[in-house]
Write a protein that binds this ligand. Structure first.
Ligand SMILES: C[S@@+](CC[C@H](N)C(=O)[O-])C[C@H]1O[C@@H](n2cnc3c(N)ncnc32)[C@H](O)[C@@H]1O
Length: 240
């Protein structure tokens, strides 16, 4: 195993996500290996609350939606869902898994450009961006993603952005690895990954980027304490 930092965090993770999408475990494809079925439904409940509910008249975008395990839950609750991910393996699996859900359309796209999504000329009322901002390199990339979201969202739309690594909880989270009964090597690897392969985000900076772009609201949304992400991450929603 090499411990050299990568030049681009997103490039480093791309290979990992291609591999994850081929794992037999549904939760492993979502990077949620330790989730129980109860955790999964608690996560979905957080998303519904963060979106302020959903309705049958709304068109949804599941951005960086992996193999479609969030989209399938929302399918009967909304009009239509566009689901994209940059992992071709995830999208091939999503197309297979979502076959019985006629209103889900899965395709490859990248949060950094939204090139395919923009060509659809759809204005989405509800958007999910689940657990992905931590894989980017800097706030310029975050600003590009939020700008893309603004361009494809309808007026009065709501966007939930879940599980963002919280800079104010970084040190406390990294220190907590010392309390685990893991080998020294395993702890070192985990801490290395936390320090080098995750972007720890300051919510205040995100809020100021969102305001400059034109969003009318950018607010924190609670993570249920049952989820381990509640210890070191934050959810937020955007309104246009
Ligand atoms: C932690 S998983 C989250 C899956 C799902 N959204 C959820 O909330 O459980 C992160 C997903 O983001 C995707 N991803 C990472 N960077 C991306 C990018 N630049 N554009 C599109 N998808 C990306 C990965 O392929 C992976 O499926």
């Amino acid at each position: 195993m090499t411990l050299a930092p990568q030049t681009s965090r997103n490039q480093f993770w791309h290979e990992k996500w291609e591999d994850a999408a081929q794992q037999p475990s549904y939760f492993a494809t979502m990077g949620r290996n330790s989730y129980s079925i109860s955790d999964y439904f608690v996560y979905l409940a957080d998303i519904v609350k963060g979106l302020g509910g959903v309705s049958k008249h709304e068109t949804m975008l599941d951005a960086a939606g992996g193999c479609g395990y969030l989209s399938m839950y929302f399918s009967p609750l909304v009009k239509a869902i566009d689901l994209f991910d940059y992992s071709i393996s995830a999208i091939e699996r999503a197309q297979q898994e979502c076959q019985n859900f006629a209103n889900i359309n899965a395709y490859q796209d990248n949060l950094l450009d939204f090139s395919t999504t923009k060509k659809k000329n759809t204005q989405y009322e509800k958007i999910i961006v689940g657990g992905v901002l931590q894989y980017f390199d800097n706030y310029d990339e975050i600003a590009a993603i939020l700008t893309n979201l603004y361009m494809v969202s309808a007026s009065s739309s709501r966007i939930i952005v879940t599980h963002n690594t919280d800079l104010s909880k970084k040190e406390q989270h990294i220190a907590s690895y010392q309390n685990l009964s893991w080998s020294k090597e395993k702890v070192e690897r985990a801490v290395f990954e936390e320090l080098n392969h995750r972007f720890w985000l300051d919510f205040n900076i995100i809020q100021s980027i969102a305001t400059k772009i034109g969003f009318t609201a950018c607010q924190l949304s609670p993570i249920n304490p049952q989820l381990f992400q509640a210890n070191h991450m934050f959810d937020f929603y955007l309104e246009k």
